[in-house]
Design a protein around this ligand. Structure first.
Ligand SMILES: *[C@@H]1O[C@H](CO)[C@@H](O)[C@H](O)[C@H]1NC(C)=O
Ligand SMILES: *[C@@H]1O[C@H](CO)[C@@H](O)[C@H](O)[C@H]1NC(C)=O
Ligand SMILES: *[C@@H]1O[C@H](CO)[C@@H](O)[C@H](O)[C@H]1NC(C)=O
Length: 390
């Protein structure tokens, strides 16, 4: 009797864990014909959930953190924009307010003034599910990553898929207080030679700011080489001569900081950990470098795994964020017993000038016209090319 009860309980536990792990989104795995790279995406946020590349020993490493149960992307109130596409406006918006045309006035009035949810507090993410809390304002000072339900928290529609490519579309109907409908199409492609590309384009029905990123967190050791953090990773931003200065809310002051003599100088490759070792007060990076040319380049590698990624983009800036994720690791990373802890990953986000819509002195135009008016089109293209260090 007792053993029958035990069997029933065990079976139901197994069944419920099977149900819990079946993701309510489309899941697509792409593999390059030469076996150099394999990427899995889910339709929710167009999110990268696994990325396998070759390490120096010829094995495969999963170089991105994530969940084993991807339904957590939907239900985890603390989910840190995990490897998703971010929009309609990535990074911060000062006081969750902007106007079209843009203005320096902190309290603009008029018909074309817009307010977006202030979900970020003292530069700290306050992602919470609106339904779960019943709150509409989050006591934050700024909007982060397109609001509480930005594009990373939307289930995109699967448009097409092949063994090497997947296309998702999302229709944002004036969500989170932004003007007009934006239709966004994103295609992820893998190809021989360890290459992942993401290409995004948009159309809009009204004038609206658009500024996107792909928020991938990296750990190029895949937690296979005894290291739990990215402090030993080397970062190279050859043209990163200036960093956007930010205030305590992580919004721009308008000033650009020249990097020579600062922790921000990655014009020559440097270990990310160097700044932490030189200055015990150093809190970490969450900063944007402005690229010096139209073809931005950032490289990251680890000598432990030998894995290197060269990132090229058509975006004008890159945000580097040495994150402390504080959540259970995927099984492949030694989880769930082990956590993604302090500085276990670094996010490298190709993006526009952050909050340029409240910084008119920069003269950076991020307002896309209605597509019918043949206005400026928004495009976002980034390539990640993996190789093994010699
Ligand atoms: C922030 O915006 C609100 C309107 O949403 C306004 O009442 C408030 O004064 C603004 N705060 C600052 C500091 O400008
Ligand atoms: C999410 O979108 C995918 C792809 O279009 C679809 O297969 C799935 O049923 C959707 N899931 C939910 C919960 O809406
Ligand atoms: C936008 O991207 C999609 C998918 O990558 C593509 O099919 C479409 O032609 C693109 N549209 C424009 C206007 O380039």
């Amino acid at each position: 009797m007792k053993s029958l009860l035990y069997l029933t309980l065990t079976l139901s536990a197994v069944l419920s864990s099977v149900c819990a792990s079946s993701t309510p989104f489309d899941t697509t795995t792409l593999s390059a014909p030469d076996g150099s790279i394999s990427a899995t995406f889910v339709s929710f946020g167009g999110t990268l959930t696994s990325l396998l590349v070759r390490n120096k020993d010829g094995g495969l490493a999963d170089v991105v953190p994530g969940y084993d149960d991807n339904s957590r992307l939907l239900t985890d109130p603390g989910h840190p924009v995990m490897n998703a596409l971010v929009g309609r406006y990535a990074n911060r918006i000062k006081n969750g307010t902007f106007s079209i045309p843009i203005t320096k006035d902190p309290q603009p009035v008029g018909p074309n003034v817009y307010h977006t949810p202030r979900n970020d507090h003292n530069g700290e993410v306050r992602f919470r599910l609106r339904e779960a809390s019943g709150e509409t304002d989050f006591c934050g000072q700024v909007t982060l990553h397109g609001g509480i339900y930005g594009w990373d928290r939307r289930n995109w529609t699967l448009v097409s898929a092949s063994p090497t490519s997947v296309t998702y579309q999302h229709i944002d109907t004036a969500d989170e207080g932004f003007p007009g409908t934006v239709t966004v199409t994103a295609t992820h492609t893998v190809s021989n030679g360890g290459i992942l590309r993401t290409a995004v384009n948009t159309t809009a029905t009204e004038k609206t700011p658009i500024m996107l990123t792909q928020h991938i967190y990296w750990n190029l050791d895949g937690f296979q080489y005894g290291s739990d953090d990215i402090l030993g990773h080397e970062l190279h931003i050859p043209e990163g001569e200036r960093v956007i200065e930010v205030d305590g809310d992580a919004v721009p002051t308008g000033v650009l900081i020249p990097v020579p003599g600062t922790h921000f100088d990655f014009r020559k490759a440097r270990r990310i950990g160097a700044a932490f070792e030189a200055d015990p007060q150093f809190q970490g990076y969450d900063n944007a470098w402005v690229y010096g040319s139209k073809n931005g380049r950032t490289a990251l590698w680890s000598r432990l795994s030998g894995i290197r990624v060269d990132i090229t983009t058509d975006q004008p800036a890159v945000q580097v964020y040495t994150a402390s994720l504080n959540m259970p690791r995927k099984l492949v990373h030694g989880g769930p017993g082990k956590q993604y802890g302090a500085r276990s990953t670094v996010a490298i986000e190709q993006e526009g000038w952050l909050d340029a819509i409240n910084t008119p002195e920069w003269g950076v135009d991020q307002i896309c016209e209605s597509t019918d008016d043949a206005g400026r089109e928004f495009r976002w293209n980034t390539e990640y090319r993996f190789s093994v260090l010699r």
